[in-house]
Design a binder for this molecule. Structure first.
Ligand code: NAD
Ligand code: UPG
Length: 456
């Protein structure tokens, strides 16, 4: 099938590549000429496991092409996918300018029937706006052409995007006529072989399903973070609580890891956008607002623990493991690392940071500054630091050489925003170990540990 994808970011590039991988003829269009140039040279501008190999294979097979030529893109595909960004506007609502610009571009260049598929995360009612924009531009051209608009939200996770796309939990298709549902069913058939995962519904429900999924997941995380803060104050261990409640299948073990707050390009903006949609229809979405508020507060928790331990932070050097908002990505959008670094800098501390994939991104965001050292290894970041803070649970951080760490650090202090280690073991190795919602132990070198008062 002939497919055009507008936007070659995390979603557009993965979508286009996976459609090509199953044999379709795909053209990806982006307004970012540098990105397109890199893709045409065989470079993948983002880190996403498994993606580079797939892009390479399908590009060489001629099934996957990249261009800035929107007209050629529109002419190519029966399916015109919109996979551009929907960043938060100043008031938290989703900024639809890129989505509507693509709708305008499609209308400007189309000369036959098109299925316009919205894959970006967009508020309820956006398909109507896309349809209106296309109709308006067609009317200006004096063209009378048929088209359909479909809502087909994407649920992939960064770091596992290729696998999520190839083996989706569900394929949501929101349409207002059976003809387009059948076209989408045929398009997705290669990803829908094991059992039927395609769920068709009306367009508005499809648009809302995407926000509902993200808001539910964000709620689970904020709930656990709230409980972790309580555990901190009550002398309980949130890790025992997590295991205790997860065993109930109605709750489950997924997405109940407490930590230093959720980040990324989706949860923060989507929870806000849904709350904003609610207020536009006169509904005060109190739970959504609390989910967001708890998360903003959670991003301060690690800093509060560091401050409580050291008092004055001026002149302190803090090693930071992890910059990306989660492991297996180089994406730092809304990452917990950013708020922590900024708080440390405000307090006069310097940061020596390491991340397995996000170093280039950190240097793009922050440039050269005296209070940030971007280190070439996890070990280098520790050299002469007053403490280590961990904000991303990359697997290489899970089982480090604690004895070596103790030698490199000026003081054996760890602030762990992802609860990676066993507090007893760390205390026994002589570390001051602060985690999220776990009791703090007095370090001993004799191999035993003593439970201290609760943490910050
Ligand atoms: N990142 C994720 O994990 C994820 C998962 C599911 C859904 N989503 C949603 O998908 C959408 C895209 O997210 P993303 O992370 O891929 O964004 P992104 O910022 O990585 O990429 C967006 C791309 O669109 C391009 N673009 C902007 N205007 C354009 C135009 N007029 N024509 C062609 N290209 C244009 C940009 O240059 C950029 O390359 C958002 O709505 C997001 O909420 C994201
Ligand atoms: O138990 C958990 C699970 C996740 N997180 C944090 O939550 C954030 C988001 O993680 P994750 O959901 O794995 O990554 P995303 O790539 O942002 O994916 C989410 O956002 C996408 C964009 O909408 C959706 O498509 C996905 O289904 C949805 O999981 C990260 O900061 C994680 O550290 C926790 O703190 N605790």
């Amino acid at each position: 099938m002939k497919i055009t994808i507008f936007g070659t970011g995390y979603v557009g590039l993965v979508t286009g590549t996976c459609f090509a991988e199953v044999g379709n003829d795909v053209v990806c269009v982006d307004v970012d000429a540098d990105k397109i140039e890199r893709l045409n040279k065989g470079e993948v501008p983002i880190y996403e496991p498994g993606l580079e190999e797939l892009v390479d294979r399908n590009r060489k097979a001629g099934r996957l092409r990249f261009t800035t030529d929107a007209k050629a893109g529109v002419e190519h595909g029966l399916f015109q996918f919109i996979a551009v960004g929907t960043p938060p506007d100043e008031d938290g609502s989703a900024d639809l300018q890129y989505v509507l610009a693509v709708a305008g571009t499609i209308a400007e260049h189309m000369s036959d029937y098109k299925v316009v598929v919205d894959k970006s995360t967009v508020p309820v009612g956006t398909a109507d706006k896309v349809r209106a924009r296309i109709a308006e531009v067609l009317a200006k051209r004096g063209a009378s052409l048929e088209f359909d608009v479909v809502s087909n939200p994407e649920f992939l996770k960064e770091g596992a995007a290729v696998n999520d796309f190839m083996k989706p939990d569900r394929i949501i298709v929101g349409t207002d006529n059976p003809r387009t549902t059948e076209l989408l069913r045929a398009l997705y058939a290669p990803f829908n072989r094991n059992h039927d995962r395609l769920i068709d519904m009306d367009i508005r429900s499809a648009e809302l399903t995407k926000y509902a999924a993200n808001a539910m997941l964000a709620t689970k995380i904020s709930f656990m973070n709230e409980l972790a803060n309580l555990a901190d104050r009550l002398g309980a261990d949130i890790e025992h609580v997590r295991i205790g409640i997860g065993s109930d299948p109605r709750i489950g073990y997924s997405f109940i890891y407490p930590g230093c707050g959720y980040g990324g390009s989706c949860f923060p903006k989507d929870v806000q956008a849904l709350a904003r949609t609610a207020s536009e229809v006169g509904y005060d979405a109190q739970l959504l607002q609390s989910v967001e508020d708890v998360n903003l507060r959670q991003k301060e928790v690690l800093f509060a623990k560091i401050k409580q331990h050291f008092g004055d932070l001026a002149g302190r050097r803090i090693a930071l493991w992890g910059l990306a908002f989660k492991p297996e990505t180089d994406d730092m959008r809304e990452a917990a690392s950013r708020r922590l670094m900024e708080a440390l800098w405000e307090a006069g501390a310097t940061v020596a940071a390491f991340d397995p994939e996000a170093m280039e991104e950190a240097s793009r965001i922050y440039g050269k500054r005296a209070d940030l050292q971007l280190c070439s290894s996890a070990e280098q970041a520790l050299e002469g630091a007053d403490a280590l803070a961990i904000v991303t649970e990359w697997s290489v951080f899970r089982s480090p050489d604690f004895a070596g760490m103790k030698q490199r650090l000026k003081q054996p202090v760890i602030f762990d925003g992802r609860n990676l280690y066993d507090p007893d073991r760390l205390a026994a190795q002589g570390f001051h170990y602060y985690a999220i919602g776990r009791p703090v132990q007095e370090p001993t070198s004799e191999g035993s540990s003593v439970r201290l008062a609760t943490g910050a």
